[in-house]
Design a protein. Structure first.
Length: 465
């Protein structure tokens, strides 16, 4: 078997250039496959560049992940080193942002989840990138979606959590403040870069965008406060994550564990090789409760399973498999709707009985009157609220949610659903409960064991209609 040579490829176009390499789109002459080939002219390499190149090749040979660009081969001749990489056919995230000016929050979350999944894998292997920026996040378009791929590992290195680095690395606009100010940093520098990327995706420019490098470095050294653009409209979860990523002091910055567990990302439902099995396990449990007529628990489990099925459908590239997943999800959705209607009727009967008992008690306490009896009027909203006074567990959970504004919002929406249900405004009740569950269920998945999680589970189960 002959060794690969650059003459085996047809060079089609220049894709870009870096500090010590130029990248070209190429096609293999025999296999007719497309690749990205990085040309590195050996005579131009400094000792540092040589070390970076060796590190990049070594790391890319080790790292195998859906959202990290694949090293397919490398070889050399008298003048150059050639690194053959997976070709990404949709450019990079930087160009994508420029064409759109700014991205909807849902699109930002879509790409951020992929980036987070790649970084989570890198951290599991004690790898830090140290040059995360939109230009190094390549995009590849499939039949039904676009995937992000982390590329350019020239500054990457093995670095365990807590280990310190002192070598100046990265691109100034995305470089963590501690690199500029102290020339001393650890793996959490990547989290700052992720925060800058998220900010740029949301608003079309990086938080410290400046006219000159001198102005940029001055703003970083002064730890200039980062503010949102006027009229910015983002969710509480997104704002919370952005704020915690862009903390100037590394000790105040979100940890990797908290980043991966953050509700804005909801990585537990992100498609992986384990996601389908998790969805199937939840459906199996739902069916078991369904057969026992424990409809509330069954409904909650069906809804939880659908949280895993929907991303799987979105990510699946095989049309036959995607259709099969979609049909399964539709059947579970239909059954959940049927159960929901049963629970609504049960809940309404219980509330009606409470109203009847309260009315009977009120009548028994009234003095006999000679006046003509007037038919009872519909209870007012204030009367409904009085009769449905939240129990102590709700009040306790509400107090414990002060640190999570979005959780408090979910509880308030669920409370409105109770009032609507009492007034038999079923459509409004369903809408409120659905919205509340959409906010609270991710918290259940991510909440650590403890009193707040127990109370939250009880509240979600109560609202699962």
């Amino acid at each position: 078997m002959s060794l690969p040579r650059i003459t085996d490829f047809e060079i089609l176009e220049k894709l870009g250039a870096g500090s010590y390499a130029t990248v070209y789109k190429a096609r293999h002459k025999k296999q007719r496959t497309y690749h990205a080939i990085k040309y590195v002219e050996m005579s131009t390499l400094s000792q540092t560049s040589r070390e970076n190149l060796i590190t990049e090749i070594r790391l890319l040979r080790e790292l195998k992940h859906k959202y990290i660009v694949t090293l397919q081969d490398f070889f050399w001749d008298d003048k150059n080193i050639y690194i053959v990489l997976e070709y990404c056919n949709a450019g990079n995230l930087s160009a994508f942002i420029r064409t759109k000016k700014a991205l909807p929050e849902s699109t930002c979350r879509y790409f951020l989840r992929q980036l987070a999944a790649a970084v989570q894998y890198m951290r599991a292997n004690d790898v830090s990138h140290f040059d995360l920026k939109p230009q190094n996040l390549l995009l590849t378009r499939g039949a039904n979606n676009v995937s992000l791929k982390v590329a350019d590992f020239g500054f990457a290195q093995h670095l365990k959590l807590g280990e310190i680095n002192q070598q100046l690395k990265g691109s100034p606009l995305y470089m963590a403040p501690e690199i500029v100010r102290k020339h001393q940093y650890d793996a959490k520098a990547d989290l700052w870069s992720i925060g800058v990327i998220l900010y740029e995706c949301l608003f079309g420019k990086a938080p410290y965008s400046s006219r000159t490098i001198e102005e940029l470095l001055l703003r970083i050294r002064k730890a200039e406060a980062i503010t949102l653009p006027p009229n910015a409209r983002i969710s509480n979860e997104c704002h919370d994550l952005l704020r915690r990523l862009l903390a100037h002091e590394p000790t105040a910055r979100i940890s990797f564990a908290d980043f991966f567990a953050h509700p804005f990302l909801d990585l537990k439902t992100f498609p992986t090789e384990h996601t389908l099995q998790k969805a199937i396990d939840l459906v199996t449990q739902a069916c078991a409760y369904d057969e026992k007529h424990n409809y509330k628990e069954a409904y909650y489990l069906y809804c939880s399973a659908l949280q895993y099925f929907v991303p799987l459908i979105t990510e699946e590239t095989d049309a036959t498999k995607r259709l099969a997943l979609r049909n399964r999800a539709l059947s579970y959705t239909k059954r959940a709707e049927e159960i929901k209607n049963c629970i609504i009727e049960d809940e309404y009967r219980m509330l009606a009985e409470r109203q009847r008992q309260a009315a009977t008690a009120a009548t028994a306490n009234q003095e006999p009157s000679s006046a003509t009896q007037v038919p009872a009027a519909q209870p007012s909203s204030s009367r409904v609220a009085e009769m449905l006074e939240p129990d102590s567990r709700y009040k306790q959970l509400y107090a414990l949610s002060n640190s999570s504004p979005s959780m408090k919002t979910g509880l308030e929406i669920g409370r409105k659903g109770e009032l609507y249900l009492y007034e038999r405004k079923l459509d409004a009740a369903l809408e409120s409960y659905t919205s509340a569950l959409g906010i609270l269920v991710p918290f259940v998945n991510n909440e650590p064991k403890g009193e707040r999680r127990n109370l939250l589970l009880q509240q979600v189960s109560k609202m699962c209609i």
